[in-house]
Design a protein around this ligand. Structure first.
Ligand code: PRP
Ligand code: URA
Length: 213
């Protein structure tokens, strides 16, 4: 499914992996593995309009005009859950810069709280990919986009595993220029701001936290 700025992948490999990810019986080790695999596939889709520049190379047969990535790519994982998406993206784009942003969602207000930001003074990349498995109310994504725009970023994309219509609406209303790439658009949020049917808490499921039993 695609509208102007929302791209929901329909690729069978993504649909298959998403079912594993959502399954309550999937343990953290497997969960992390599937987060990585899905991130690679979504990153591949999100980069389809990245700019290239010509590069002359020599094959064993002759010289030719080939292409190389022209855009300087910035990966912005939102701590903590976005961390699990970084390695796969770096496999795709080994020269990407990684700038971490720490945001957590206040459980009572559902508003984002920023706790880590070491961006340099001015933007050093051409295309920013914000990495976060979940787009729920959209508060964290909107805050991250605002930070990047103040930094000077011009081209920004969001890469999420699962999005809720509420979050997509919030991002599209505040930042209609930002494209969203995700593996699924779910039904909506419950009264605690969790995505339904979703996958639960993406950070807790990756890092084995959240359960005391
Ligand atoms: C989760 C998720 C997003 C945010 C989405 O992070 O990784 O950052 O919630 O919700 P929103 O769209 O309503 O802002 P969380 O706050 O649980 O922090 P964590 O990654 O440290 O677990
Ligand atoms: N954050 C998560 O980790 N999961 C949700 O469903 C919503 C926000």
């Amino acid at each position: 499914m695609t509208n102007a700025t929302l791209h929901v992948s329909q690729h069978p490999a993504i649909l298959h992996k998403l079912a594993v990810l959502r399954d309550v019986d999937t343990e953290p080790k497997k969960f992390r593995e599937v987060v990585r695999e899905l991130s690679w596939l979504l990153g591949y889709e999100a980069l389809q309009d990245a700019r290239t520049r010509p590069r002359t190379i020599r094959t064993p047969m002759e010289s030719m005009e080939a292409s190389e990535l022209g855009d300087r790519i910035g990966l912005i994982p939102i701590l903590r859950a976005g961390l699990g998406m970084v390695d796969a993206m770096l496999e795709l784009m080994p020269t990407a810069q990684v700038w971490h942003l720490g945001l957590f969602r206040d459980e009572r207000t559902l508003r984002p709280v920023e706790y880590y930001n070491k961006l340099p003074d001015s933007a050093s990349v051409d295309l920013c990919l914000i990495l976060d498995p979940m787009l729920a109310t959209g508060g964290s994504a909107t805050a991250a986009i605002e930070v990047l725009k103040k930094w000077g970023a011009v081209r920004i994309k969001l890469v999420n595993l699962i999005a809720a219509p509420e979050g997509v609406g919030a991002v599209q209303a505040a930042h209609p220029d930002v494209e969203i790439h995700c593996a699924a658009l779910d039904r909506g949020l419950n009264d605690k701001g969790y995505i339904m049917p979703g996958l639960g808490d993406a950070g807790d499921r990756q890092f084995g936290t959240g359960r005391s039993d």
